[in-house]
Design a protein around this ligand. Sequence first.
Ligand code: PMP
Ligand code: GLU
Length: 397
Amino acid sequence: MKLSERTKFIKPAVTLAIAAKAQKLRSQGVDLINFSAGEPDFDTPERIKQAAIGALKKGMTKYTEVRGIEPLREAIAEKYRREYNVHYDKDDVLVSCGAKHALYNVFQAMLDPGDEILIPAPYWVSYSDMAYLAGGVPKILPTTEETGFRITPQELHKALTPRVRAFVLNSPCNPTGAAYSGADLKALGSVLEGHDCLIFSDDIYEKIIYDGFRFENLLTVNPKLRDRTVIFNGVSKTYAMTGWRIGYALGPAPLISAAGKIQSQSTSNPTSIAQAAALEAIRGPQDEVETMVAEFQRRRDVIVERLGSIPGLTCFNPQGAFYVFPNILRLLGKKANGKKLASACDFADYLLEEARVAGVPGEDFGSKENIRFSYAASLEDVEKGCQRIETAIKKLG
Ligand code: PMP
Ligand code: GLU
């Protein structure tokens, strides 16, 4: 069958593909430790579920405004005023089917064929394929562990050529967990001031931060960038609501309106009752978030310590999100059951077969020498998984 040209440029999201494979193995009775899924293992808090049930009972079963119900857009704008002193009106907000969908709509609305989009690596798997789908060209800017997987102002300055139409900032970052402090953002902001490009700030892990790290918004530290910045966020990670599919974008009204037009010709509104749940999530008491983050931090401490002590691995200590991205370079070239491990993909396959641990290889995140493990799994599974990884690595020849 003849498929469109654009389908040839993109791959299925490897994160979702491996998570599905891991779930299938588990359902077949395989005793698998699943470090692949990029989603909290906690259930959605009860008060949020009740809000959806209440909305359903009240008959909130019809189309809503395409860009999301007004109270939700108002609550999102209010959150940004309250938490970051960044002022948006409800009409500057677009609610979509997940932050992924909000990003997709904005990429479609803002990129023209040939436009370059600057993406620091390692990066979340979907940015580059979304850029391709909009006719754009991803331009990858590698970072290293030496600079904490953060780009420096000098590197940014050099990479911002006139062809760059947009720059993606993701802090805390999926897959490294690296986060930019207010001072870092200030320095990057000064560089961005001198270059007329859009800035896409993906803040989806804003609340999942450790050791007292203070999350700052780029626009709090540099309000001058407001007219060309779009902020992306959502309820998936903060409130354990990945399946509800509610995310959003905030930005200058003309841009948000253009992205909304694209949404109106594709999905229409995000699910009505999921919007009611998201409203409760954002407006209601926030104590569950703290409890979940404290638990993530306990797991992070264990996984970083355990993986870092395995000969052949080094493990960067993330400031946020719920991933570790250990370096496996010293293991590549070794033999597993007579076969050479030539890539991170080979290593991930080996761990799945030998140790029954699912992780996501670094290639699709823009790194050939790392593997991503998500510690959105019970502490018991974290400990068991680390033990299995260690045993499997010791068997390499
Ligand atoms: N951005 C990043 C960096 C992510 O890791 C994810 C993961 N799902 C998303 C955006 C999209 O999240 P969602 O569509 O569930 O809101
Ligand atoms: N973002 C999550 C991950 O990286 C969920 C999967 C996806 O949306 O790609 O695993």
